[in-house]
Design a protein around this ligand. Structure first.
Ligand code: NAP
Length: 309
């Protein structure tokens, strides 16, 4: 039986792994489908303390994993399919195999929110994408007009990154000002290749019949006027949804699926702790997720120590 199973290898999961490993508890750390989490899809991370020149997101997560492994964390590329928290030891089905655990730290992160359009789904990977760093350099986007949807830091980051490849980048946002941090917003709006389109939403991605992105239909929310914009790619950057579906009905969560914390990182299930974006819709930073991972590890360690007394 495992003493601690950590679900997720983003900043929260790997920081928890580091602390649990250094407490000699030899954690099993399960990556899910995206080892390293969402930060691996970011280009440069400029706000993680300790890296004055910034650090590539993938590089940061690789280093975190190495650091945790150095102290004995066992990182396994595997996905948790279901959990049974009704009795101890807790059990998890991991890629078809049963794993038993005394404590669990949920650090399953969050995934990209979709616009919710049928055409968006049908054209995913055919010009619709959720990650500029992953897909921006593809030949289909080179020297073509591109669209980014959203008004937060992610949208600004994606739009700025895409100016390397696209002929012009339209930033379509449903309000008339950006939600992004001031430095990101100013940098974005000062970029001559980025053209903001305010107060507007994408109502359809074109063209499903041609089986590739050729443009978007855009609605202006103040005038209701509809127009069409030619583009070769649509990069959706409108926030995230927590990866907590397998805990539904078992672990308490809010109406949006973010796992609720009681004291510190404790969930409603004794011995099950939570950290990072799957529980935080307020701060959602690499450094806050790492801090929550540290707290969850300390809570789990104290819980195990109390059990053995
Ligand atoms: P976010 O801050 O939640 O912004 C989401 C944006 O998408 C908002 O502008 C929102 O509009 C818009 N939106 C949401 N649902 C929409 C819909 N259905 N249709 C159209 N637009 C929609 O998300 P984020 O930009 O992914 O950032 C998440 C967190 O990560 C933030 O805390 C951010 O600071 C952080 N982050 C930091 C960095 C960095 O510092 N390098 C980079 C990326 C992300 P409204 O404005 O109208 O709500």
């Amino acid at each position: 039986m495992e003493k601690v199973v950590i679900i997720g290898t983003g900043c929260a999961g790997l920081t928890a792994a580091l602390y649990i490993a250094r407490a000699n508890l030899n954690p099993l750390v399960l990556t899910g489908l995206m080892p390293g989490g969402l930060l691996t899809t970011t280009s440069i991370v400029e706000n993680f303390p300790g890296f004055p020149e910034g650090i590539d997101g993938y590089e940061l997560m690789t280093r975190m994993q190495k650091q945790a492994e150095r102290f004995g964390a066992r990182v396994q590329f595997a996905t948790v399919e279901s959990v049974d928290l009704s009795k101890k030891p807790y059990s998890l089905i991991v890629d078809g195999e049963k794993v038993e655990a005394e404590t669990i730290i949920i650090a399953s992160g969050a995934g990209h929110r979709h616009l919710g359009l049928e055409s968006e789904d049908l054209l995913e990977k055919k010009g619709v994408t959720y990650c500029a760093t992953c897909d921006g350099a593809l030949p289909m986007f080179r020297n073509q007009p591109l669209v980014v949807v959203g008004g937060g830091d992610s949208a600004c980051e994606e739009a700025t990154y895409l100016t390397r490849f696209g002929s012009v980048v339209y930033l379509i946002h449903r309000r008339d000002s950006l939600r992004a941090s001031r430095i990101m917003a100013e940098r974005t709006l000062a970029n001559p290749k980025i053209k903001p389109i305010w107060d507007s939403v994408v109502t359809e991605v074109l063209d499903v019949k041609q089986d590739k992105v050729t443009g978007v239909r855009v609605k202006h929310l103040k005038t209701n006027a509809e127009s069409t914009l030619d583009c070769a790619g649509v990069f959706v950057a409108i926030g995230h949804v927590p990866n907590t579906q397998i805990f539904k009905g078992v672990v308490d969560m809010d109406e949006n699926g973010y796992i609720s914390r009681k004291e510190g990182s404790q969930t409603n299930v004794p011995g099950v702790f939570v950290a990072g974006d799957c529980s935080d819709h307020v701060y959602r930073q690499a450094i806050t997720a790492a801090g929550m991972g540290c707290a969850a590890a300390i809570d789990a360690e104290r819980y195990l120590a109390a059990l053995s007394q």
